[in-house]
Design a protein around this ligand. Structure first.
Ligand SMILES: NC(=O)C1=CN([C@@H]2O[C@H](COP(=O)(O)OP(=O)(O)OC[C@H]3O[C@@H](n4cnc5c(N)ncnc54)[C@H](O)[C@@H]3O)[C@@H](O)[C@H]2O)[C@@H](O)CC1
Ligand SMILES: [K+]
Length: 510
């Protein structure tokens, strides 16, 4: 799914009105109706008190449309207008007036803290204070209203976006944002929903199609694109009957040091599980028996040095190389990486200590081959690009880095981000069960396994991250969030492939 900026959505709004020969008022009616239908479907006439808080822009206008439909259908509704200025939008005013047609109960005008209503824990709050038009921090009693709403135990449903949260720019005041339980957003998800600092305000959301112009949406370059099952299915390369193990390449994993052989085992097993034809793992001498025992499907090459890697030598044409998991940052190891990077002919996945090596040794960064995949977690990323003031600055700095060094950058997190040239992809699979040691080693293995099978570096990264997240979800559904270990994620990679094409079962009849 494409993610557009607030500016693009306003443009889409305008173009839709022109092309479909409708007014913005009609569009607002569509938007409000969609929200109403969603509520009607859940509430089925229940007389739970609904409190709709409207601002004076078009988000408030949406709130009024929803209110009108709810009143018309006999729901128990109170509408409040946060009357923080007289500059009300035209569509707001028309819909304000239309309330008269359905109710004698005029919306409550709020002008100060005195007007904040009592709200019971069982009630429902609908937040239509600010939408994507927020252009400054909420202040004074409006900020207090947001904080008052946040204090209530009632369920909070935000229209389009939690009020106080901008769609794709930093939060002006983190103490003045609605903590929504659920958000119904129009046409496309907003970038803020997926970033760690702002995603906390949007634990759950659904996208409602309000019929904005398809052509405009198809042809506009989005800020980012989300990756879910539908997209991932298209990435999958089917296998043919007469393929053999050579078809799927011979991957090299360079991993492990004394006390960290687990990282080598996990990444090696994940490379095999993702479908590499053959895997050779290169580790220090101390890893030899461990790897031969724990990963019998892999071949093992070892360094002369017992505890860490000093010289990476292999006599075969690797189809992909995954490097860095648990290797440490010994001087000799970093020197070995230098040689590996300078001579590698296969696409590389560079992870963990190899990334730390790059951060510490700028000469090493210079020899990172073009199109390599770098997979930092936030700490590793900071060492690579420096600190950032907010998630948007982080993305900008990361983008500069990818463009300068011509690499694919995968920023790991609850929603991992993949940056390459001017594009950004956001993964949607995964669970908190994956916040466990070694889960990144498995991910590097999956991407290496896909590269080995001929997926290009960007596709291998985007698809690999999705599969890894899906394996984590499947593992969590059986083992619980707490019970999942990284090796379980590796074990579920096969299931993640199957899940890609599993049809949802229709609900049982009767
Ligand atoms: N495609 C679209 O763009 C559509 C937009 N619609 C709705 O319209 C919304 C955008 O409407 P608007 O552009 O009118 O903006 P908003 O309704 O988001 O509200 C902003 C209004 O409040 C003022 N304001 C902004 N920040 C403020 C602050 N901190 N304190 C006090 N006042 C502040 C602004 O000047 C503006 O008048 C969307 O979020 C959505 O809910 C829908 O009606 C349908 C289609
Ligand atoms: K809102």
């Amino acid at each position: 799914m494409k993610i557009f900026s607030a500016e693009q959505l306003y443009e889409a709004d305008k173009i839709t009105a022109e092309k479909q020969n409708i007014s913005s008022l009609d569009l607002m009616e569509r938007a409000g109706e969609q929200i109403f239908k969603w509520l009607e479907d859940k509430m089925k006439g229940a007389q739970v008190p609904l409190h709709i808080f409207c601002g004076i822009g078009n988000n408030g206008g949406d709130g009024l449309v929803v209110g009108r439909h709810l009143i018309n259908h006999g729901y128990n509704v109170t509408i409040y207008i946060a009357n923080f200025t007289d500059k009300r939008s035209k569509c707001f005013l028309i819909n304000y007036d239309r309330i008269k047609d359905v109710s004698k109960k005029w919306p409550v005008l709020m002008t100060s803290e005195e007007d904040f209503p009592e709200i019971a824990a069982e009630d429902i709050i609908i937040d239509a204070l600010f939408g994507i038009g927020l252009n400054r921090p909420p202040e004074g009693w409006v900020k207090e209203l947001i904080q008052y709403i946040n204090k209530q135990k009632a369920f909070k449903l935000s229209i389009d976006i939690p009020s106080g949260l901008p769609a794709n720019t930093p939060v002006p005041d983190s103490e003045a944002v609605i903590h929504a339980n659920h958000t119904l957003t129009f046409q496309a998800p907003k970038l803020a929903f997926f970033l760690p600092e702002t995603g906390v305000y949007v634990p759950y959301f659904e996208v409602l199609d309000i019929g904005l112009d398809r052509q405009f949406l198809m042809e506009s370059k989005p800020l980012a694109q989300t990756i879910s099952k539908m997209e991932a299915q298209q990435f999958y390369k089917p296998r043919a009957k007469y393929d053999h193990k050579g078809t799927y390449g011979h991957a090299l994993i360079v991993a492990g040091s004394y006390g960290k052989m687990g990282a080598a085992i996990l990444s090696t097993r994940a490379t095999l599980k993702a479908g590499a034809g053959m895997v050779t793992v290169f580790s220090p001498e101390c890893g030899y028996s461990i790897l031969q025992t724990a990963a019998p499907e892999a071949m093992v090459l070892s360094d002369d040095e017992e505890d860490f890697i000093t010289k990476i030598e292999y006599q075969f044409d690797a189809s992909a190389i995954g490097v860095g998991m648990g290797i440490g940052t010994q001087k000799e190891t970093v020197a070995a990486l230098h040689k590996l990077f300078s001579e590698a002919k296969a696409p590389l996945v560079i992870d963990a200590d190899a990334l730390n090596g790059i951060s510490e040794d700028k000469d090493l960064l210079k020899v990172v081959p073009k199109n390599s995949v770098l997979t930092p977690h936030p700490g590793e990323l900071e060492r690579l690009i420096g600190s950032w003031k907010n998630d948007y600055e982080k993305i900008e700095k990361a983008r500069k880095f990818t463009k300068k060094h011509k690499v694919v950058l995968l920023i790991k997190g609850a929603h991992s981000l993949i940056l390459f040239e001017d594009s950004m992809y956001i993964n949607t699979s995964g669970t908190p069960g994956m916040a466990t040691a070694g889960s990144g080693d498995v991910l590097s293995g999956v991407i290496t396994g896909l590269l080995s099978q001929g997926y290009d570096p960007l596709l291998a990264t985007v698809f690999g991250v999705y599969l890894h997240g899906s394996a984590g979800m499947l593992a969590s559904s059986v083992l619980s969030y707490e019970g999942v270990m990284a090796s379980d994620i590796a074990d579920f990679i096969g299931d993640a492939y199957i899940e890609l094409f599993r049809q949802e079962q229709p609900p049982a009849q009767g």
